[in-house]
Design a binder for this molecule. Structure first.
Ligand SMILES: [Zn+2]
Length: 309
């Protein structure tokens, strides 16, 4: 049994069929956690779809209305890069509800994982790059509105820059955004996060981890948030089809561990989300996300170290 909750819903699957986005990954991660005895059925919670009231704390009424009435323009559909269907709409509303629930549970238990979410390219008035709804932004605004948190930090380690999240919180001092990504990759342009770490093509484990640690230290100098949302993309992996960094499976797990340890030293709860992952073998993407759960379990069960400022 895990010392925290995992948020999952069978309808996270976006049913995209043959598509570079492996939409069956959500279920495969759940299955692997159970099959390997890492989690038991009682560790899982099913979310409700986020209420439209919460979606509208982030996204414009015009955009939400287009999603609900299936009236995106052709160019908006192309920018989204996945179809707008009952299954995808439902999947994104559930992902936003799941990240919100993960935030609530993280505040109780110190950590929680949503086995979806991290759709960091979704902007207030449009979706793009496989991201319809910015679940992490919806969760943060919902938790703030409920009085559960005042401040939050996003630590986004997906290989792609978190442009949507950066844009949403650009003028909001209550949310600190950190993105570590491949500089020479989608999206272009990259609206500034509070802390941007743009890496060269082919960056390997050691250099990556050094840059991440420096970025985390700079971020924590500026804010000690009430809650961190971790956007733990699997796509900095060296065999990713849409990424150009060169991290190994071990390097990625050290990345997760580093984020969780820095948070733990400062007594800051973490809610984690998946984001991207396009390894040639879906099994590698699944392994990277399973390893994130193992890293969290290791860190959370360690004796609490002396508090770091
Ligand atoms: Zn990505």
């Amino acid at each position: 049994m895990l010392p925290f909750k995992i948020i999952f819903h069978p309808q996270y699957d976006l049913n995209l069929g043959p598509h570079v986005f492996p939409s069956e990954k959500f279920k495969l991660i759940r299955d692997a956690l159970l099959a390997e005895g890492i989690a038991e059925p009682a560790d899982f919670l099913e979310p409700q779809p986020a209420p439209n009231e919460d979606i509208l704390r982030v996204h414009t009424p015009a955009y939400v209305n287009k999603l609900l009435t299936d009236s995106l323009t052709l160019s908006e559909r192309m920018k989204l890069e996945i179809p707008l269907s009952e299954a995808t709409r439902n999947g994104f509303w559930l992902a936003a509800g799941g990240s919100t629930l993960a935030g609530h549970k993280a505040l109780e238990d110190g950590f929680a994982a949503n086995l979806s979410g991290g759709f960091h390219h979704a902007c207030p008035g449009h979706g793009e790059g496989f991201c319809m709804i910015n679940d992490v932004a919806v969760a943060i605004r919902s938790l703030q509105a409920a009085g559960k948190i005042r401040t939050a930090m996003t630590v986004d380690t997906d290989v792609h820059h978190g442009n949507g999240t950066a844009e949403i919180f650009a003028s909001d001092p209550s949310v600190f955004t950190l993105s570590i990504h491949q500089e020479n990759n989608y999206p272009v342009p990259k609206p500034p996060s509070d802390e941007d770490i743009g890496l060269d093509d082919g960056t390997r484990d050691e250099e990556y981890l050094r840059a991440l640690e420096k970025g985390l230290l700079r971020a924590f100098e500026k804010m000690k948030p009430d809650l961190i949302f971790y956007v733990g993309g699997a796509d900095p992996f060296r065999e990713d089809q849409l990424g150009g960094l060169a991290l190994t499976l071990q390097g990625l797990q050290m990345r997760d561990r580093m984020v969780f340890e820095h948070a733990r030293q400062r007594r800051i709860p973490v809610a984690s989300t998946l984001a991207g992952g396009y390894a040639r073998r879906v099994a590698d993407t699944v392994r990277i996300h399973v390893n994130t759960i193992l890293a969290a379990r290791d860190v959370i069960t360690q004796q609490l170290p002396a508090e770091t400022k």
